[in-house]
Write a protein of this length. Structure first.
Lengths: 169, 582
């Protein structure tokens, strides 16, 4: 069943905000040979007891089912939701993109950034750091364009995601 | 409730409150406070093993035989790392354990202190759950929660790492009430609609089979009773995994024997040709399924398991029922009766099964005058069955021969390392079982190679006057390795000869055991009788035919229908795809 076509799935995992829990999740993926495309984690509760992990993975549907079941049986996991199966949801990623250059390239970088609603958050006479956010595709595209105008380095957050509508997962 | 006690005292008091009677362990610097607390009480018995790995296997044997949680106490660093094999073994075979490990004091954690290791890091993926307890006040709640997690749901090992300063500091302790967990809530009761659907499928099946596993043992003796009732009302044949042996009487006409790589021809053929497979507390392990794309191609499959992650892991099934297998079978029987079902006509199915059974796949042919290992185990069974013995094994050919030729009537009488396949499991497991049942006949059926992996535990049995028997099937080879070399690697016996073996009789005597040699067929009955007549522990060195192999066998990567029934079918050299499989 591992030969079926792969699908990209975005999972929300609510876990105890305790030492070692992230290692448990990541170790599960490495031990069982599952993929992690991106992973973000942060405390999201008032009382600092629960963290929310957004994990993007890919695999054939039966493997995705296995991933859900394996995550669900970990003791510190409160809830696992496959947002891709859940329905409409918003995915966002943020990147900080450093570009160096002078003259026309510098001007072009600024113009492109404007089109992508990327904001300069640092500047020197020979460089910018842009903050860009949006879908993974949009961020990818912006970075690709920046390569042509002096890309130096990139830091990305990975995907965070939340379901649309009034309800919580 | 007012007074504060030390962390070590909290550990011991919690164990007492949890009903623990026996702890298997080995002291060391980082657990001395707990050992001191143990010294000053007389409710819990501590069993001093000779190696921490054996402490865990002994606790597994104790747990498997008694249905209780096995408890282990070891020190930090090497104490914990030595325990890792046992912890992994318990995870693979779903054995409930709580393993307490000492740790260096909290202010030294992370400094590469003497006998420090990252115990929670190392055991994170070989335990069901683990804890590092950094506050004395949390020790009590953590211990009680750990027992709950270890024994509920799919049982497994839980590790609690306790820094030494946490053992020394004081806190209040109160025995908690019923444990609930905010996130961990195992599902015991199966979904009724799914159970009804399963019963209707079972009633309509013309070629059903009940494929049963270790989950039935874990569910408790009542589950074995319910299985027998379910088999009775449905008329379906029953096969069992290695871990499930004893949940159904081996002599029952509906029992097809163990299935899988070294299972019976009739069990494997029936699995292949059934129209409905009901998997009860088993997990479609690779030893059971053989080649997946040829596994039971024409059947609908129902899977009952307490662990959702077992569903559709390797084999796609048509209906899943998550819940305790005992509870689900109870509901299945209720629904079956409420609907007034009668089993469908299975005459043709049973005729087919009888045809496969007539092949007598566990049969063996006496050639020459050497003692065949299968014969030795058969006689051991015949001569001990009235005593309802508890059997443990090591891992290898002797283990498979024991599974094939020893008869198991009742649950909790068969202790073997199935998932991890740990050589060295049998002797400590037998010690653990003997502690749970001091009056029982406990026999470790061993191989001469495996037994040496935890041979030091001979001393433990003597210290606690445990009359454990070890029956070594001695063929002077790591027989299963040699068998695979014959099948797949042109009989090049690379490092599989057991050279420089000890004199097992002298070794036994050096430890204060009785030693007996069985040289050949003529000594067999007398040797077994002498073993049974001796009230203390006995090592029997049973010299068997050196080159006997374990058949029938489904070679790696082959289908159920491609069983090798005897040595005449061996291939000699496998292709690379088959060589790459385990």
């Amino acid at each position: 069943m591992k030969h079926l076509p792969s699908e990209r799935h975005t999972l929300s995992i609510l876990v105890d905000n305790e030492a070692g829990v992230l290692a448990r999740i990541v170790g599960l993926f490495s031990a069982r040979g599952y993929n992690i495309e991106s992973l973000t984690v942060a405390d999201v509760s008032d009382n600092h007891e629960v963290s929310r992990i957004t994990l993007v993975t890919n695999g054939p549907p039966p493997v995705i089912d296995q991933i859900m079941a394996q995550l669900d049986r970990l003791v510190p996991v409160h809830k696992v939701v496959d947002l891709t199966d859940w329905g409409p949801h918003v995915e966002r990623e943020m990147a900080l993109v450093k570009v160096a250059g002078v003259g026309d390239k510098r001007v072009e970088a600024l113009r492109l950034a404007d089109i992508f609603r990327a904001r300069p958050v640092d500047t020197s006479t020979a460089s910018f750091v842009f903050e860009v956010s949006g879908s993974t595709e949009k961020v990818n595209q912006f970075i690709a364009l920046m390569r042509e105008v002096g890309l130096v380095e990139v830091a990305r957050t990975g995907v965070v995601a939340i379901a649309r509508g009034a309800e919580a997962v | 409730m007012g007074t504060e006690i030390t962390g070590a005292e909290i550990v011991v008091q919690s164990l007492i409150d949890l009903g623990v009677e026996v702890v298997f362990g080995y002291p060391g610097g980082a657990v001395l406070p707990i050992y001191d607390a143990l010294f000053q009480q007389n409710r819990i018995r501590h069993i001093l093993v000779r190696h921490e790995q054996a402490a865990v296997h002994a606790a597994e044997g104790y747990a498997r035989a008694s249905g209780k949680v096995g408890v282990v106490l070891v020190t930090s660093g090497p104490g914990a790392t030595n325990a890792v094999t046992g912890i992994t073994d318990a995870l693979m075979d779903s054995i409930p354990l709580v393993v307490l490990t000492g740790q260096v004091p909290t202010h030294l954690i992370g400094t590469d202190a003497f006998q420090e290791c990252d115990t929670v890091g190392i055991t994170r993926h070989c335990s069901k759950h683990n804890y590092l307890v950094k506050e004395t006040a949390k020790l009590g709640p953590v211990l009680h929660e750990a027992f709950y997690i270890a024994r509920s749901g799919r049982p497994g090992p839980v590790v609690i790492d306790i820094p030494k300063d946490v053992q020394i500091m004081k806190a209040r302790y109160a025995k908690p009430g019923a444990i609930t967990h905010k996130t961990y809530k195992p599902q015991v009761k199966g979904d009724l609609a799914a159970i009804e659907a399963a019963v209707d499928m079972l009633a309509a099946a013309e070629r059903p089979i009940l494929y049963t596993g270790g989950g039935i043992i874990n569910s408790g003796p009542i589950a074995s009773q319910l299985l027998r009732e379910l088999a009775k009302v449905t008329g379906a044949p029953v096969t069992s995994t290695l871990m499930g042996l004893g949940s159904f009487g081996h002599e029952h006409p509906q029992f097809l024997g163990m299935l899988g790589m070294h299972g019976s021809y009739e069990a494997n053929m029936a699995m292949n040709r059934c129209d409905l497979m009901v998997c009860l507390g088993a997990r479609f392990d690779d030893r059971v399924t053989g080649r997946l794309d040829a596994f039971s191609p024409h059947s609908r499959k129902i899977h009952v398991d307490i662990d959702r992650s077992s569903f559709n892991k390797t084999v796609r099934v048509d209906l899943t029922i998550q819940g305790d297998v005992g509870s689900v079978m109870e509901d299945m029987l209720k629904v079956w009766r409420a609907r007034g079902h009668r089993a469908a006509d299975q005459k043709a199915w049973w005729a087919q099964i009888e045809g496969w059974r007539a092949r007598n796949s566990f049969g063996f042919e006496q050639k020459g005058d050497s003692l065949l290992p299968q014969k030795a185990i058969q006689r051991l069974y015949e001569m001990t069955k009235a005593k309802k013995p508890i059997i443990s094994t090591e891992v290898g050919q002797h283990q498979m021969w024991a599974a094939q030729h020893f008869g198991f009537h009742d649950p909790n009488k068969w202790l073997t390392s199935g998932g991890l396949g740990t050589m060295g499991y049998g002797l400590p497991a037998a010690i653990g079982a003997q502690l749970a049942f001091p009056g029982a006949l406990v026999i470790d059926i061993a191989g001469e190679a495996s037994i040496q992996m935890n041979i030091q535990e001979l001393g433990t049995a003597v210290q606690y006057r445990l009359p454990v028997k070890i029956f070594i099937i001695n063929n002077e080879y790591m027989g299963m390795v040699r068998q695979w070399q014959e099948l797949n690697h042109g009989s090049r016996y690379s490092e599989s000869y057991s050279d420089s073996l000890p004199d097992f009789v002298k070794l036994a005597e050096a430890y204060g055991w009785k030693g007996i040699v069985i040289e050949g067929p003529d000594d067999l009955d007398a040797g077994i009788q002498a073993m049974l007549d001796h009230p203390g522990p006995v090592v029997v060195d049973c010299r068997v035919a050196k080159l006997a192999n374990c058949f029938p066998m489904i070679p790696s990567g082959a289908a159920h229908t491609d069983m090798i029934l005897s040595a005449a079918d061996e291939r000699g050299e496998a292709d690379d795809d088959a060589k790459a499989l385990v």
